[in-house]
Write a protein that binds this ligand. Sequence first.
Ligand code: 5RP
Length: 220
Amino acid sequence: MTQDELKKAAALAALDYIIDGSIVGVGTGSTVNHFIDALAGMRERILGAVSSSEASSRRLVGHGIAVFDLNGIESLPIYVDGADEIDGSFAMIKGGGGALTREKIVAAVSERFICICDASKQVKELGGFPLPVEVIPMACGHVSRELRRLGGEPRLREGFVTDNGNLILDVHGLRISDPVAMETHINQIVGVVTNGLFAQRGADVLLLAGAGGVERLQAA
Ligand code: 5RP
């Protein structure tokens, strides 16, 4: 199977977690695009979705799925999203698509985070994938200096502006032995909007697609 076929297999497995009549939290990325396309086939069974990006919103609306404003919603039963890396405790690096801030917000109001991945995303220690950090534009220099002090090499994502009007620094070479501490530390740098570590609130369920099928793994 190709990597894209594995992404699709993981995405289809997430349909089993949808609760009839509910609003579904929807992430961003190529794996989630498969999920959105599959959701279209059961749109009569859900009220609609809350989306984590303009791109996912467009795709949802294109399929006739209503997109709700998160501010009108207290809680979502599930949030379905991919990851760039996921470790054994289900902490993740996300934001390869630049939607990390809205993803973290939607995840925060969701009861269960269902992570959909192909097996290449599973790692022992996070940090092989450069950590995305969303930054207020005028703070880019300051935040870059602080990230270098942590041992990383921040690189501006060229030609990219987030849905929130900010910039992304992709931080290469960080040693992330304690993802919760690193997430907290980076969030405290003035000018950082969010970083792509999802460790304080990791995934609850991992649907991991490999050659042998889709494994359904629960957080400890
Ligand atoms: C977007 C994300 C995505 O979930 C992550 O980049 C994985 O993407 P893909 O499913 O395309 O491999 O965090 O901001």
